[in-house]
Design a protein around this ligand. Structure first.
Ligand code: NAP
Length: 299
């Protein structure tokens, strides 16, 4: 292909639709979108737009040509999911069936966000992208089934698994602990689950830079993206406390002391080596990312 033809293709590959736009990661994309002026961003989310409605999606794509969909939409209430598997299936699997089917007709590439919960948490070293998945709850099983839907459809797609998302947006651990330690004298936090916190701003930036690096990617790939390092919820909470100089006492407890409806993986650190290598990436530590997040929350 001639160089100017390639440049023309890349120039017009600039329309990005972010779904789940009113959630934590969706809002993050909105927040950083102005730093990526070369892209023309569109946002869709509940309650205005239900992605499970295939006809509505078709009507949308007829009017709005899109080159990439970044699907952050999901049912993410892990405990509630145990009581309503049908609703979870709609958002975490059926949406993907719709998007995969429509991607042939409307020629877009899909970037889908998945989760560390596809693993059972019995590992003792970071999970690689090709390690066998073994999800343990309704939410986790639906995320694994969503991945399978994409891989079986053989569309152009990246599945980006992440873990322990935090940011100034939506609902997340950092925002909850930030409020609790400002308002309580003492709190208990689970100290026997290990994972890698991920700043949603770093994740969103990675995805947009990755699209710039490989705009014409073909086939499907699984990537992992988390901040560097790992920790427990207890140590994560202590790091938040230290950053804001709070007096609240944080006590470590076990998962058994704090039973939840859905079981969580004990260890869910994801290896990001493949991602770092393929995209020539340096990823911030979660501690540095936390400082940035708290700076924004403190304003
Ligand atoms: N948060 C984490 O720690 C974490 C960890 C690993 C992976 N992930 C994955 O990362 C992605 C983003 O997570 P997040 O923290 O941004 O979740 P979130 O805040 O719950 O955002 C998800 C958004 O999707 C929307 N949604 C659900 N069903 C929809 C539908 N049928 N049509 C349109 N929108 C729909 C939700 O709307 P409602 O709120 O109205 O339902 C919500 O606004 C998800 O795929 C999640 O599985 C998250």
């Amino acid at each position: 292909m001639r160089l100017n033809a390639l440049i023309t293709i890349n120039y017009f590959m600039n329309k990005i639709l972010v779904t789940g736009s009113n959630g934590q990661l969706g809002e993050t994309f909105r927040y950083i979108s102005e730093k990526f002026p070369k892209y023309n961003f569109h946002f869709l989310g509940l309650p205005e737009f239900d992605l499970t409605d295939k006809n509505e999606l078709k009507t949308y794509f007829k009017k709005t040509p899109i080159n990439y969909i970044i699907n952050t939409a999901a049912h993410t209430k892990v405990d509630q999911a145990e009581e309503d598997p049908e609703v979870v299936k709609k958002s975490n699997i059926n949406i993907l069936k719709n998007l995969c089917e429509l991607s042939y007709e409307y020629a877009f590439k899909l970037i889908h966000i998945s989760s560390d919960y596809v693993f059972d948490g019995t590992a003792t070293k970071p999970y690689k992208t090709n390690d066998t998945v073994n999800p343990i709850g309704v939410y986790a099983k639906s995320k694994a089934a969503g991945e399978k839907t994409i891989l079986n459809a053989k569309v152009d797609a990246w599945i980006v698994r992440t873990s322990w998302l935090f940011s100034p947006f939506g609902h997340n651990f950092v925002k909850s602990i930030f409020q609790l330690i400002k308002n309580k004298k003492e709190i208990n936090v689970v100290a026997d689950q290990i994972g890698a916190p991920t700043y949603s701003i770093d994740l969103a930036r990675f995805i947009l830079n990755a699209i710039s690096q490989k705009p014409n990617f073909k086939g499907s790939e699984v990537y992992h993206f988390t901040n560097n390092g790992s920790t427990t919820w207890f140590d994560f909470a202590c790091a938040i406390k230290n950053e804001i100089n709070a007096d609240c006492i944080i006590k470590p407890i076990t998962t058994r002391d704090y039973p939840t409806i859905a079981e969580r993986p004990k260890y869910s650190v994801l290896s990001c080596e493949k991602t770092k290598k393929e995209f020539n990436l340096n990823i911030n530590s979660w501690e540095l990312a936390l400082k940035d997040c708290l700076k924004i929350l403190n304003h």
